[in-house]
Design a protein around this ligand. Structure first.
Ligand SMILES: [Ca+2]
Ligand SMILES: [Ca+2]
Ligand SMILES: [Ca+2]
Length: 325
């Protein structure tokens, strides 16, 4: 009986030790940041008029746009290379206008340093779609602050092949911020990012690794439409289809609610995204089955196929003036 009790105490002690060991070793051993630690962050930027944002270091135009914050280190050691979010952390805010993607990257970094001997210096990398682009067409304003630096950046959407996506689409995106403080001979580079990118192999980043910038200008159009037309407010959207109705780089939309079919044509106005709309005389209780373009010699037409509740026949409405190319 006594022997069994001792065995139980030994087993209990061993168990306690097992529980205690990992905690102690985690606290004692420097923990390295790993790429997999970074969360994949996505963002739905707000649309602003062309010219609203200027990459000039004055941040007044960013208003209430909410940033995404990131500070999980993906390289360097917590104990030696990173002390707190004041050492390295960042906030990223994104806006877009018809022609530009606007980024505000605000980095907290206790010592802002350039390249010096083995110290590679503080650097920022922005990745989109996995392709490396020349920087000549990018407008950038850098402001050094006492506790870090701000980058205000405008990138042409065309450069990112993102113009077709501005109405209702997304592009891959990842921001990587590197930090050296030149405070220790054994210093390693610290990095943080908005996706689990590998800091030493960042050029190999794939689109699947990145987060998404989702553009939703269609939602803004839809809200404006609803403000103009009460009937569009009451019903749920039941059908939503991107279609090429005008000859430009931006997608047009066929947006159908239960009782209203709204054709929204979106024009590439360069300085603004222009849109117009019309509703078609589809019966109140119609269920849309298909919307498609019918090729014609002179002018293409739009064919809408629908069914009426309680009736098995398929009906069609042909719109002669819905397609402008
Ligand atoms: Ca500005
Ligand atoms: Ca630092
Ligand atoms: Ca630094």
């Amino acid at each position: 009986m006594k022997k069994n009790f001792k065995a139980l105490v030994v087993a209990l002690f061993a168990l306690l030790l097992l529980i205690a060991v990992p905690t102690t070793s985690r606290a004692d051993k420097p923990r390295k940041g790993k790429p997999a630690d970074a969360k994949t962050l996505s963002y739905t930027p707000k649309h602003v008029a062309e010219g609203h944002v200027r990459a000039d270091g004055n941040l007044g135009e960013w208003g209430a746009a909410k940033p995404i914050h990131f500070e999980t280190i993906i390289s360097g050691e917590y104990e030696y290379d990173w002390t707190s979010p004041r050492d390295l952390s960042a906030d990223l805010t994104v806006l877009y206008s018809p022609l530009y993607l606007h980024l505000l990257l605000q980095v907290k970094d206790n010592v802002v340093t350039g390249r010096h001997r083995r110290v590679k210096g503080d650097r920022v990398e922005l990745w989109s779609g996995g392709k490396k682009k020349t920087v000549s067409q990018i407008e950038l304003f850098a402001t050094a602050l006492g506790n870090g630096y701000d980058f205000e950046i405008s990138i042409p959407l065309a450069l990112l092949n993102a113009r077709p996506a501005v109405v209702n689409g997304d592009i891959g995106f990842c921001a990587l911020v590197r930090d050296w403080d030149a405070d220790d001979d054994n210093e390693d580079e610290v990095a943080i990012a908005t996706c689990p990118i590998h800091p030493r192999k960042s050029k190999r980043i794939k689109n699947e690794t990145m987060g998404k910038l989702h553009f939703n200008y269609l939602e803004e159009i839809w809200k404006a439409l609803q403000a103009q037309n009460e009937a569009l407010v009451k019903n749920e959207t039941t059908f939503d289809q991107a279609m090429d109705l005008t000859p430009n780089a931006i997608d047009d939309y066929v947006h159908i609610q239960q009782n209203n079919l709204a054709i929204i044509t979106i024009a590439d106005g360069q300085a603004s995204i222009e849109w117009s709309w019309q509703t078609l005389p589809i019966p109140q209780n119609a269920r849309i089955l298909e919307v498609k373009k019918i090729k014609q010699e002179k002018k293409d037409k739009l064919q809408i196929t629908y069914r009426i509740e309680g009736d098995n026949d398929r009906h069609q409405y042909i719109c002669d003036d819905c397609i402008s190319q």
